[in-house]
Design a protein around this ligand. Structure first.
Ligand code: OAD
Length: 233
């Protein structure tokens, strides 16, 4: 299972691409790169503080909750997400691989030591207690490597999967976008849930052109009904 910004859209978290997407209004290279942070850390922190506040005010939607419950009906169920909003965990999912980090965590820009205080004043960016480096959000910026263990585990689980859902992602940012095709090449049935077509759409075995917050609860109901039937039989 791979999720992207679209799964949180119905919670009110803006996606990155598309008509209302963040990258239509803001320039990624000025906000989500190491170069931007070194050039103007205050602006980068203002942007992340704004997104943190926005995310702190929203709730998981029925799509997040359905995924958390669906996990109980499978022997093995891995949730790989590109999202940094943490909403899957709030909804109760447990086995989560966060490919792009988590917006509620901070780390040192130099030694990567975690920094626990959550509230950062962009005008007074704190320094690492160990090495004196500036504190940055613990998310993956453009041009940066994904956390090694996390992406390795994501590929391994994709290779082992019988069924792979790609949900609410434009499927263009790699390496995350390679996971669905890796799963399919290794024999998984690939299901895409996205109201818009993506580069994956023609390759998916099943395409659901609906919002995930509408479709996933129906899928959960169907899986539950099936389980009850087989339990009775
Ligand atoms: P995008 O913004 O690229 O794509 C969001 C996808 O969600 C689009 O394909 C929409 O059609 C779809 N969508 C919108 N509403 C939906 C809904 N209710 N249900 C299901 N799908 C819906 O977001 P990502 O693919 O997650 O990376 O973007 C990947 C990465 O690019 C992000 O993690 C971020 C971004 O730049 C970094 O910041 C490193």
């Amino acid at each position: 299972m791979l999720t992207g910004a679209g799964i949180s859209a119905e919670s009110g978290v803006p996606t990155f691409r598309g008509k209302e997407g963040l990258w239509g209004k803001f320039r990624a290279e000025e906000l989500a790169t190491m170069e931007a942070f070194l050039r103007n850390p205050e602006i980068v922190w203002e942007w992340y503080s704004w997104r943190r506040k926005l995310i702190s005010e929203v709730q998981p939607n029925p799509g997040h909750f359905a995924l958390a419950e669906l996990a109980d009906y499978f022997d093995s169920f891995t949730l790989v997400t590109q999202n940094v909003d943490g909403l899957h965990r709030v909804a109760g999912s447990t086995d989560i691989l966060e490919l792009h980090g988590n917006i509620n965590r901070n780390k040192c820009v130099k030694c990567e030591a975690p920094f626990d205080e959550v509230d950062i004043d962009p005008a007074r960016i704190p320094k690492c207690k160990g090495c004196g480096g500036s504190i940055r959000p613990d998310v993956v910026w453009f041009g940066e490597m994904l956390p090694g263990e996390v992406i390795e585990a994501a590929f391994r689980r994709s290779e082992e999967a019988d069924l792979f859902f790609s949900i609410g992602t434009s499927a263009i940012v790699h390496p995350a976008a390679s996971l669905p095709m890796t799963a399919r090449r290794c024999g998984a049935t690939l299901v895409e849930i996205n109201p818009e077509e993506t580069p994956l759409s023609n390759l998916a075995d099943i395409r659901i052109g609906a919002p995930s917050g509408e479709f996933l609860p129906k899928l959960l109901d169907a899986v539950k009904a099936r389980k009850n039937q087989s339990g009775q039989g």
